[in-house]
Design a protein around this ligand. Structure first.
Ligand code: PRP
Length: 212
């Protein structure tokens, strides 16, 4: 039996994934040591390997087959647009992709003006404004603290993730439009899905039972 390799998104998604896998009898003792600088963890008995990667890199590892299976946010999948199979909504990491800004920006979203949109997700923003709303906008890529952009006058609105809404509230911003709901997804390499059909389908079936 060959190793099945999982690419997990570093941080909260990885811990939640390991909690979920534990419920179907998949554990990885090596991963519990938070001090460790190891990059790859192995469960010899089950012939499984796990590694942690930055979110946007997870679909890359899976598309190229360096990982058979990945766990990553739907936001990252939409933004990266990799060729892979999205096999399951894992039901955690729930949040929304939204257009946000001050209340005063609501009207520029309906008048087809060429506004500026700041975001960490330029592809999602482009698809939403050009593809769905048919509004020509200037998209400005940022790497974090996106809420700053409309406050300091870099852009009229932002496209960003809203979870609890506290970041928006504390900065006088609002959700103006919803782009789509998001959550953690399991993805599978297209060749692995054929070659390791039984093992992967078995895993999906087990996980579905604990998710329900
Ligand atoms: C995300 C997102 C928002 C915030 C939303 O940022 O970009 O800023 O969380 O969460 P809330 O609705 O619960 O306040 P993250 O903390 O990932 O950091 P970033 O600013 O570097 O993207």
């Amino acid at each position: 039996m060959r190793y099945l390799t999982f690419a997990l998104t570093k941080g909260r998604l990885a811990s939640k994934t390991m909690d979920m896998l534990e419920k179907v009898g998949i554990t990885c003792e090596e991963m519990r040591d938070k001090e460790s600088r190891k990059l790859i963890f192995v469960n010899e008995d089950l012939k499984l390997r796990f590694f942690l990667a930055k979110g946007p890199d997870v679909p890359t590892y899976v598309e190229y087959g360096a990982a058979d299976i990945g766990v990553v946010g739907k936001d990252t999948l939409l933004e990266e647009g990799r060729r892979l199979y999205e096999v399951m909504d894992l039901g955690f990491g729930k949040c929304r992709m939204c257009v946000c800004g001050p209340e005063s920006a609501r009207k520029v979203l309906t008048t087809n003006q060429q506004i500026r949109v700041a975001t960490k997700y330029p592809n999602i923003a482009r698809e939403y404004f050009y593809g769905r709303k048919h509004q020509t906008v200037e998209i400005i890529k940022l790497n974090g603290s996106i809420e700053l952009a409309p406050i300091v006058g870099l852009s009229e609105v932002i496209v960003d993730i809203v979870e609890t809404g506290s970041t928006l509230r504390e900065n006088g911003l609002k959700v103006l439009e919803e782009v789509c709901p998001l959550s953690a997804r399991m993805v599978v390499n297209q060749v692995s899905m054929k070659m390791e059909d039984q093992r992967i389908r078995g895993l999906i079936a087990d996980l579905k039972k604990v998710i329900e």
